[in-house]
Design a protein around this ligand. Structure first.
Ligand SMILES: [Zn+2]
Length: 403
């Protein structure tokens, strides 16, 4: 069925979800009629989707949500759920269905305040849809308080509520939450499968699609972005030049500054697009006059402050995400260098810069390369611990230095 089209190389998971969506109907019927639910059902109230970044765990969860909300008339005739075209499917896929709430970490954590409305909603019946669905895109970012709020809600779900939690691995989620969920693990799709999807779904030229899939090592979203976005390709090319530039301290500090500036610029672009509109909407909703300078009604300062905090956290998060992509690209570069140094026959991801890889591989040994990869991992850890980005990145570029 069309709702599953964006899933790449996950046939087994897709079959399980489709079966659950079919069985879900009988549960809805039993609940609304007040009769006993069927004894064997492949449907359940809480699901945990895990898999490495880019494997499509959120895509799978969203497709499942759409199949659950599918209202296609064909279904009365025994058709499969997930037509992709009915109102239920469509609004779920584009994120506007009234009974599908999506939770995304705004900053490095999902705060209990971010979850408050959603948890409250989870105890209610769906307004128009068949199910009340809560999709938590990055459940690994739930902190202690927000995780406990989710745990309570998952322990006693309303009859037609479904929780869909996504995280990189099961270890990222509280064991008590995990034990309430049906667990599905997605694998990284093959490079060929990702390339094929880019050709089929996005009309990308086959050689471009294959390159994008190969250099991103099967990360679906990043492959699509690279294949379709010129700016993303340029940014990546700049990052991959970095190992050739860092030959003295001055160059290291300069490279670090540029990397951090580029990420900040990216965050600013996102903020410019979203923040202004969001602020204006809230001001209007609170009854303020038009224009940024007009007075706010009494008692609304707290709400405005909450929005400002949220926007600040989102800017930090976007900057970190962009840096994260750069670090992944750099790791890929040195992984290729290591493969060359060890004479490994594993396919080189960055074939198009073979010349640069060779140069670095000849100028150093595998031990040095491993230490460089460790420095990149250390930088990522520092960013996770909220070390100032410039400090973390400088420490890394210094460790990547030639010689
Ligand atoms: Zn549908």
């Amino acid at each position: 069925m069309p709702v599953w089209d964006d899933l790449v190389g996950q046939e087994r998971i897709q079959a399980q979800l489709a079966a659950a969506a079919r069985d879900a109907d009988a549960l809805v019927t039993a609940t609304t009629a007040g009769t006993a639910p069927p004894e064997t059902s492949k449907m359940t109230h809480a699901w945990l989707f895990t898999g490495p970044p880019g494997s499509g765990r959120t895509t799978a969860a969203r497709a499942f949500a759409a199949a659950l909300q599918c209202t296609s008339p064909d279904r009365a005739l025994g058709g499969e759920p997930g037509c992709g075209f009915c109102d239920g499917c469509h609004t779920t896929m584009v994120g506007t269905h009234a009974d599908v709430s999506t939770v995304v970490a705004v900053g490095s954590q999902i705060l209990v305040a971010d979850m408050r409305d959603t948890v409250r909603k989870s105890y209610t019946s769906p307004a128009t849809g068949r199910w009340q669905i809560i999709l938590v895109e990055d459940a690994e970012r739930l902190n202690e308080k927000s995780a406990n709020a989710v745990l309570k809600a998952v322990e006693e779900p309303a009859p037609r509520t479904v929780w869909l939690l996504c995280s990189p691995s099961v270890e990222d989620v509280l064991p008590t939450i995990r034990s309430r969920c049906r667990h599905l693990n997605l694998n990284t799709p093959s490079i060929a499968a990702v390339a094929d999807m880019l050709v089929r779904r996005d009309g990308i030229e086959p050689t471009v699609a294959l390159t994008a899939a190969r250099v991103t090592q099967g990360h679906v979203d990043r492959a699509r972005r690279l294949a379709t976005d010129e700016a993303a390709r340029e940014r990546r090319a700049t990052v991959l030049k970095l190992p050739l530039r860092v030959d003295d301290i001055g160059a290291c500090l300069k490279a670090a500054q540029e990397l951090v500036d580029a990420a900040a610029e990216d965050a600013k672009q996102v903020a410019d697009e979203v923040d202004t509109k969001e602020t204006e909407e809230l001001r209007a909703a609170l009854g303020a006059g038009a224009g940024a300078g007009s007075r706010m009604p009494r008692g609304t300062a707290g709400v405005m402050k909450e929005l400002e905090d949220r926007q600040k956290r989102r800017r930090t998060r976007t900057q970190r995400d962009t840096l994260e992509v750069a670090l992944t690209d750099l790791t890929g570069f040195y992984r290729d260098v290591l493969a060359l140094q060890l004479g490994s026959s594993v396919a080189i991801a960055n074939e198009e810069i073979r010349h640069d890889l060779d140069r670095i591989a000849r100028a150093s040994g595998p031990e040095r390369t491993l230490r460089r990869i460790e420095a990149i991992i250390a930088c990522r850890d520092s960013l996770d611990r909220n070390v100032a980005p410039l400090l973390a990145v400088e420490a890394m570029t210094m460790a990547l230095r030639a010689g």
